[in-house]
Design a protein around this ligand. Structure first.
Ligand code: FDP
Length: 342
């Protein structure tokens, strides 16, 4: 064994080391955020291990219940939700939790309360579970003012008020992508160490991309700006090459690719779903936060996604996010259609 090379492997920027470094820049910090994050990381590692073993452990399949969206819950969804609820409450740093799987928000026992609210989708992309395609956990974190007066209004805040957001993708490798409002960093789980290692520092999305990502099966119900935009992706008017289409159908995987390669991810409104499909608090906001922090944009068809003020915890919104120039183009098309209607 090459001991020198092995010893070198201990000088790694782990996620914990990275967050502690950040914390040391704020002498007033009491380390609460670092503790909260370590509990989120534990939840991600636990779910990653369950996803990897799913076929063997017979976790694939239905748990025999339906969730608040009327979808059948899968065993892995149920397990992941329990894992994150337990990990977050036991951190002693949270006061309200909003999960995609639970109809109502969870108010943490006052004895265990801290200053943070966490909104999350414990296992996003559930239709991909049974075939082993990438799925993920998405989370956003808010801070409350007064932990003795906690109400659901504390989480019904615009996405720009989030203090951090991220996702963990359970794919060919397990990657955690995080922003605390100062750029975006990507960490890959080294299974031999059980540690997330900084592998993608300071991620910046290309200003323009060559990929569009949308469920084209919904095309017959799209509004005019979306239909025109997708037409332009295929038949560009400026002499440039057509864009390629990539669509996994797991938001985490589609957004992750968009972040690294550039391009645009769309889940628009359509005649059947006038508010789109994706949920504001734990899908649209965290991904929009990451996109903006990486230099891209996120737009709802009406305005900046992070300005939206949700009125209920499971609210949905159309979303267009990705490279700055690509999102700018769809914004122009929506602006033109508003002018035409006026
Ligand atoms: P899923 O229904 O498989 O859980 O909101 C959930 C989500 O997946 C996203 O992860 C994904 O981007 C989207 O829905 C896929 O929706 P379509 O199947 O309608 O394309």
């Amino acid at each position: 064994m090459d001991h020198a090379a092995e010893a070198h492997r201990t000088d790694l920027m782990t996620l914990t080391r990275h967050v502690l470094n950040e914390q040391s820049k704020h002498p007033e910090s009491k380390g609460d955020f670092t503790i909260l994050l370590s509990h989120i990381v534990l939840g991600c590692k636990f779910v990653c291990s369950a996803v990897n073993k799913a076929g063997l452990a017979k976790l694939i399949g239905l748990a025999g219940d339906t969730n608040v969206q009327g979808e059948e819950q899968k065993k892995l969804d149920v397990l992941s939700n329990e894992v994150f609820i337990k990990a977050l409450t036991s951190s002693g740093r949270t006061c309200i939790l909003v999960s995609e799987e639970d109809e109502e928000a969870t108010f943490v026992d006052p004895a265990l309360r801290g200053r943070y609210c966490v909104v999350f989708d414990p296992l996003d992309g559930s239709s991909n579970i049974d075939c082993g395609v990438s799925i993920g956990t998405i989370f956003g974190i808010y801070m409350i003012k007064d932990k003795n007066k906690v109400t659901v209004e504390d989480v019904l805040q615009p996405g720009k008020k989030m203090v951090a957001a991220g996702y963990c993708m359970y794919g060919s490798s397990c990657m955690l992508v995080l922003s605390t409002g100062r750029g975006v960093n990507g960490f890959t789980l080294d299974p031999s160490l059980g540690e997330f290692i900084l592998t993608h520092p300071n991620i910046k999305i290309p200003k323009k991309g060559s990929i569009y990502s949308v469920n084209e099966g919904n095309a017959k119900n799209w509004d005019e700006p979306t239909a025109r935009y997708v037409e332009r992706c295929k038949f560009p008017q400026d002499g440039s090459s057509p864009k390629s289409l990539r669509y996994v159908g797991s938001m985490v995987a589609d957004v992750h690719r968009t972040l690294l390669y550039g391009g645009i991810f769309l889940y628009p409104a359509d005649k059947k779903s006038p508010n789109g499909k994706l949920r504001v608090l734990y899908e649209v906001f965290p991904m929009s936060f990451l996109m903006e922090q990486a230099g891209g944009q996120a737009f709802t068809g009406k305005g900046r996604a992070l300005e939206l003020v949700p009125t209920k915890i499971h609210e949905r919104s159309p979303i267009f996010l990705g490279s700055y120039d690509d999102v700018e183009e769809i914004k122009t098309l929506y602006a033109a259609s508003v002018e035409k209607e006026a």
